[in-house]
Design a protein around this ligand. Sequence first.
Ligand SMILES: [Zn+2]
Length: 273
Amino acid sequence: GQTKRQIMIMQDFGSNVLLSTPSYALNIAETMEDMGVDTSRLSLRVGIFGAEPWSENMREEVEKKLGLQAIDIYGLSEIIGPGVSMECIEAQHGMHIFEDHFMPEIIDPDTGQVLPMGEKGELVFTTLTKQAFPLIRYRTKDITRLISEPCVCGRTFVRMEKITGRTDDMLIIRGVNVFPTQVEHVLMGIKGVEPHYQIIVNREGSMDTMEVQVEVSEQLFSDEVKNLEKLSKRIQAEIKDLIGSTCKITLVEPKTIQRSEGKAKRVIDNRKI
Ligand SMILES: [Zn+2]
């Protein structure tokens, strides 16, 4: 939030570095356009972006719009948050893992076997210097591969590719981790809500949006509109309490959501990343 203020601060202090999620960086760029800010007069040089998946196209767009060099950063809150690995500005290709603190391995997510260098699999970390809360062979559930070839920057730390997927069904929406089961937990605690729902994720402009479509009972659906509105507000508030993110709630008639013949398709992710 407070995007205009962020931009003012950037102008006043002559900020060189912007650290945010890539989608928020695009939002800042759009707000600058609306405000008539000339980005070539800003002092921004480097953008460090992470906490959500983003593509090379997105990198080009952010670089062009904000007039900076965009680099990727990776981390996870179980270890230290952001800063487990980061791209170098020289290559912008693969994130150097700070191997003096974190030892990476790539395993086959099904068998747990360590895979040869360069193969794609689940990223596993052992912390080497972390005190009080060390992690040993911690499975991140993130899918990537390691790059051992020397980097043009001269650093010898191994690099990891951008995360290309997860071994579980976790979604990352505006930098927030969301599990469909969390949404389900909220829905199932509310009377009149049927156990049929779908989460639809879209990217509108540069921002991710999440919509939850949920069936309500016949009786409730034929009820007064204001009661339905009250219900959808309640679901929205409870989801926000639990995951910290606002989503759109759409209440639908019974039997509207397509029934599956196997594993229920809970998530429709329309983002093209
Ligand atoms: Zn490098």
